[in-house]
Design a protein around this ligand. Structure first.
Ligand SMILES: [Fe+2]
Length: 229
């Protein structure tokens, strides 16, 4: 399968995404995204995005910490399409996606994903923010995914909106984000450190997340696909 077809579909679906900014028909967007997810994302393969496992971005320089390579394919005001290539043991630290929906599909190797969602509707007697700025979050995912795994989808309020990627082996994750990060519209990327699990209840596990400065760097380059967005 070629990447061209899913990109064409994204061009179509982004119209629905724009419309869905009105809350009354938000479910239409969900349907459109889900259709893309089912039809295309789960069947994408590494070669569909022009990569192969022998590329140097999957080999860590012994002198450095293993560094992630960011490949930017395409972006419109409502969607962006990119991939992250990891040498073994490379990590993208815990970060958020404010107001965004993100599809993540592993195309190569094995990846540990740990994700959380902010606790926003808790028992009114419970403290969800600490004086030091820490916020309570509920663990969503703590598992290893590989190229046979279904696409992971996170949403603004659930699905694991804050996540950390750790490469168990050299791996690739394809990300489709909508809308893209845009600090001037309130969608900046923040990084967090998580505490040990503070509570294990009948309904899940919780941790305190503290915002931390970004301390990691990625290699990056654009890869243009000849398609009208
Ligand atoms: Fe992310």
């Amino acid at each position: 399968m070629s990447l061209r077809r899913p990109l064409q579909d994204l061009c179509h679906y982004q119209v629905m995404w724009n419309i869905s900014l009105g809350p009354s028909i938000a479910c239409d967007t969900t349907n459109a995204i889900y259709k893309f997810n089912l039809v295309h994302a789960d069947s994408l393969m590494l070669q569909d995005i022009g990569l192969d496992a022998s590329m140097s971005c999957f080999t860590a320089n012994p002198q450095d910490n293993p560094k992630v390579t960011y490949i930017h394919f395409a972006e419109s005001p409502t969607l962006s399409f990119c991939a992250f290539c990891f040498p073994q043991s490379a990590v993208i630290p815990l970060h958020d996606h404010p107001g965004m929906t993100v599809f993540s599909k592993i195309l190569l190797g094995s990846m540990h994903i740990k994700s959380y969602d902010w606790v926003t509707t808790f028992d009114s007697n419970e403290v969800t923010r600490m004086p030091n700025g820490a916020r309570l979050a509920k663990l969503n995912t703590d598992a290893i995914f590989d190229a046979t795994s279904k696409t992971v989808v996170l949403y603004p309020e659930d699905g694991g909106n804050l996540h950390c990627f750790s490469a168990v082996s050299p791996c690739v994750v394809l990300d489709v984000m909508g809308p893209p990060y845009r600090p001037e519209e309130g969608r900046d990327c923040s990084y967090y450190a998580d505490s040990e699990v503070v509570r294990v209840g009948g309904d899940g596990q919780y941790a305190w997340l503290n915002k931390v400065p970004r301390t990691f760097e990625m290699n990056g380059f654009p890869m243009h696909i000849n398609i009208r967005m």
